[in-house]
Design a protein around this ligand. Structure first.
Ligand code: NDP
Length: 241
């Protein structure tokens, strides 16, 4: 029998999040909740809702930096799911506000902005939805991170740039580790999607978004309980923290 899974993806209106919604909808047994800041402006999501039969896609408003918005979204999602859990919570929303800033030149307020979205926002969202995640079969939290946030491997030329972003993603990695250790019943991982052709990655990035996302989805579907607390790339390989 085909497994039916519920996915919730933040930042689902463009880039990696939108592509994930599209790919997940190709499997009819998936129910997808696409969360984004402005559903009325999310034209591609709205078109998918219209053209996807069976009510498998739901769009909810969610700004990860607003506690009020996160709690409202949790209520909206509970209403949509009517008691079903969330198998896969994908914390994808993220920003790179400082561009290629450096540790000695970055604007600390910009670093705090990166932190508010990439770390605190992700923490809020997971706190609000963890009850629904724990009700599901897969109980999986996927935090979309970046190799920029790892200090276990030589970063080469990347070591000297994108400081505020990298520091926030290092924080996200530790958040993931904490989530995995504090709740042994769930699977919590951090995953790097690679350098991807999106608004954030730019057109010269290494991977088309379709390639990155199919790797991320394949990796996530193959996760085992023993993978909790790992930092993986989109090909399922371990990245040193
Ligand atoms: P994009 O800039 O293309 O999209 C970012 C998404 O995050 C948008 O949907 C955006 O919504 C959303 N978002 C930003 N802030 C908030 C917020 N406060 N609340 C809700 N949603 C928000 O980025 P990508 O698709 O490339 O990146 C997705 C994730 O992948 C990020 O976490 C990023 O750090 C990570 N990543 C990306 C890489 C790349 O090369 N592209 C490399 C490594 C990691 P809105 O349209 O409203 O702004």
């Amino acid at each position: 029998m085909t497994q039916e899974y519920v996915w919730l993806i933040t930042g689902a209106n463009r880039g990696i999040g939108l592509e994930m919604v599209k790919q997940l909808l190709q499997t009819p047994s998936n129910t997808v909740i696409a969360a984004c800041r402005s559903p009325t402006k999310a034209t591609e999501l709205q078109e998918l809702v219209e053209h996807v039969s069976g009510g498998k896609l739901h769009v909810v408003a969610l700004d990860v930096t607003s506690k009020e918005s996160v709690h409202q979204a949790a209520e909206d999602v509970a209403r949509i799911l009517g008691g079903r859990g969330i198998d896969y919570l994908v914390n994808n929303a993220g920003i790179l506000p400082g561009g290629l800033d450096t540790a000695f030149t970055m604007d600390v307020e910009v670093m705090q902005e990166a932190f508010a979205t990439n770390v605190a926002g992700t923490a809020y969202v997971t706190q609000a939805f963890i009850g629904a995640v724990e009700k599901s079969a897969k109980k999986t939290v996927v935090n979309v991170s970046s190799t920029f946030g790892g200090i276990g491997a030589d970063q080469g030329v990347r070591a000297g740039v994108a400081a505020s972003y990298a520091i926030s993603k290092a924080g996200l990695n530790m958040l993931t580790y904490k989530e995995a250790k504090e709740k042994p019943d769930i699977v919590a991982i951090a995953i790097c999607p690679g350098w991807v052709q999106t608004d954030m990655g730019g057109e010269n990035a290494m991977y088309p978004v379709s390639v990155s996302v199919s790797g991320v989805v394949k990796t996530v579907l193959a996760l085992q309980p023993s993978d909790s607390g790992k930092f993986l790339n989109f090909e399922g390989e371990i990245i040193p923290w």
